[in-house]
Design a protein around this ligand. Structure first.
Ligand code: NAP
Length: 563
């Protein structure tokens, strides 16, 4: 609903999976005047920006979608095991049409500032175009991997060819035909992009700083029988994604690695390799918690790389991995290692030669000059907090979010930060977010925020704000959960913010698993919003919440991490 004074009950930033569903719940269920602002020219969020060659979701299509409406779920038909950006955008457009969402989304609107105005408990937003908006509730649905990280390699401004970051890919087709292409980065994105770029490039040089494990995705068109099945099994699939630690429709085995002998293990790994996909990390219960257990999977995958790649030196560089499998987000691929058997592809191992600078016609390494026409930065993101920091967000007492998060993001349940009343984040830092199949935590957050706002309105509560004490306790618990896994042992991981110069080294997502997280959030509600301060301006007393006495001990509720 639009308003002449640009004043709304709620404003949502972002029109991806999060923002679309949040718009629906606040506008259609709570009947709030609601506006969504989106910096892109269309909806889609991460899938609006990530259009690089080979881009594809690593979650399986029948689970990478909304589950809140059986009707919507059953009306849509996916075509492949893993959906690409175009199909996901079509799906989100279909949902937006079904729910008539577009009329309340303002595109090409980049929020540059958000201020909490204490005198009337409103958020005031300023956009790049100089417009201002006001709202009682501000909800961010800005994604976790949306702020492109372009490394500061000297000389980029001198480069006379074309360069692109995968997370900001042009909408027009980029031709690699007969071009000398340098791709920097071999994360999930680079591993998807290289095989596609290699198909037409004159020559592709893949600059690898840290080698990566990868398991074949085994993407394929979905059979009619499967499509029918996933429609028929809606309830079961919904139950499954809500009962697994990372929101995927497959269970993590309860067997521990050394309960099987070597022969049995090889069979388990071989079967998972043939099946393909992220299920590989679900083969054993202790893969992400025991180094010795993890070594067995890591060695299996390294042997696979060596058996695929013909050139011994290249194979050695690709398999020279010194951190645990799934310690960083594990990629899945379509012919990634096979690509290095092509005559027009070479690996530049940055452990052997380092990048010195970018020149006007290529990249100078410590060993040679590599002439290039195009550079592709598959160098990742200032993840989870980057997009927040791009906005100037100021809460109570002129506290800036950048100041509040100086030593790392300090949130309660990833949902709120002390000092920033009525600012809610969908999949914010400190929530399971990127460790999950994203639509699952997104739906849970949207529904929790909607219920919280409904509770506030019903009880005449003006502001909801995380208490300092609860946030401190939660941050400690997020660390505790991470420290129980091997994920904290990978020094260069973006989970830790280690890929961005100057960023605090703090493990940002919650590794305790989505099931436990959901139960904790529900428990907080049951205990009258324990840890949140709920107040009314007509009442100097706190009107709700359970700030001062936690009758609910978050830290005691974790036993094993659930990633
Ligand atoms: P990423 O995992 O952070 O990988 C970035 C790559 O760039 C790494 O290989 C990194 O090397 C390299 N790099 C960065 N700066 C460099 C420099 N100065 N010199 C040389 N190399 C440099 O980023 P991403 O691949 O874009 O993936 C980010 C996340 O997005 C994924 O983990 C995943 O969660 C998500 N994603 C999902 C999908 C999907 O669902 N299909 C697809 C793509 C991405 P180091 O390792 O040495 O830092």
């Amino acid at each position: 609903m639009t308003d002449q004074n640009n004043s709304f009950d709620a404003i949502i930033i972002g029109a991806g999976f999060s923002g679309l569903y949040q718009l629906h719940t606040l506008r259609d269920q709570l009947k709030l005047s609601t506006l969504t602002v989106e910096s892109g020219s269309d909806l889609g969020g991460t899938w609006f920006w990530n259009r690089y060659p080979g881009a594809r979701c690593d979650s399986e299509s029948h689970s990478y979608c909304y589950m809140f409406s059986e009707e919507i779920y059953k009306k849509w038909e996916w075509s492949e095991r893993y959906p690409g950006p175009e199909e996901i955008r079509s799906y989100l457009n279909f949902v937006a049409d079904e729910l008539n969402l577009r009329r309340d989304i303002k595109f090409n609107t980049l929020v540059t500032k958000a201020r909490f105005i204490e005198s009337d408990n409103k958020w005031e937003l300023t956009t790049e175009g100089g417009e201002t908006y006001r709202a009682t509730y501000l909800i961010t649905g800005i994604g976790c991997i949306s702020s492109a990280n372009i490394p500061s390699i000297p000389g980029l401004q001198d480069f006379q060819g074309k360069w692109y970051h995968t997370g900001n890919w042009p909408h027009e087709e980029v031709s690699f035909e007969n071009k000398r292409v340098g791709q920097i980065g071999t994360g999930s994105t680079g591993i998807q992009a290289a095989p596609e770029i290699a198909k037409t490039a004159g020559h592709l040089h893949v600059f690898q700083r840290t080698p990566n494990y990868s398991v074949p995705a085994r993407n394929a068109p979905l059979s009619d029988a499967f499509k029918r099945e996933f429609h028929d099994d809606y309830e079961e699939i919904k139950k499954a994604v809500r009962s697994t630690p990372n929101g995927h429709p497959f269970r993590i085995s309860e067997t521990k690695v050394f309960e099987h002998n070597k022969h049995e293990r090889e069979k388990v790994y071989e079967d998972a390799w043939s099946k393909g996909g992220l299920q590989f990390r679900a083969t054993y219960q202790d893969l992400t918690t025991s180094k010795a257990a993890n070594d067995t999977a890591a060695n299996f995958l390294k042997e696979k790389i060596k058996s695929i790649v013909h050139d011994k030196t290249t194979a050695h560089s690709l398999a020279n991995i010194d951190y645990p499998y799934a310690g960083k987000r594990p990629p899945i691929d379509t012919n990634y290692f096979e690509t290095f058997n092509r005559d027009n592809v070479s690996l530049v191992d940055l452990k052997q030669e380092s990048i010195i600078k970018i020149t006007e016609d290529g990249i100078q390494t410590s060993a040679r000059h590599i002439p290039l026409d195009i550079i592709v930065f598959a160098t990742g993101f200032d993840a989870i907090t980057g997009k927040f920091m791009e906005m100037d967000i100021q809460g109570r007492n002129e506290l800036k979010l950048s100041e509040a998060w100086k030593e790392g993001p300090k949130t309660y349940l990833g949902l709120q930060t002390p000092g920033f009343p009525n600012l809610f984040s969908i999949t914010g830092p400190g929530s399971p977010s990127v460790l999950c199949n994203m639509p699952v935590p997104i739906e849970q957050h949207v529904e929790w925020i909607t219920d919280c706002i409904a509770h506030m309105r019903k009880n005449d509560i003006d502001t909801c704000e995380a208490s300092e004490e609860a946030a401190d306790e939660w941050v400690a618990h997020v660390n505790e959960a991470a420290n129980a896994t091997l994920l904290v042992t990978v020094p260069h991981s973006w989970y830790l913010g280690a890929n961005v110069e100057g960023k605090p080294r703090v493990f940002m997502p919650y590794a305790g698993g989505m099931v436990r997280y959901r139960a904790l959030c529900d428990d907080v509600v049951k205990h009258n919003y324990a840890g949140f301060v709920l107040s009314s301006k007509n009442d100097s007393e706190q009107t709700g919440g359970n700030n001062s006495k936690h009758n609910f001990d978050i830290t005691k509720q974790i036993t094993t991490p659930g990633i």
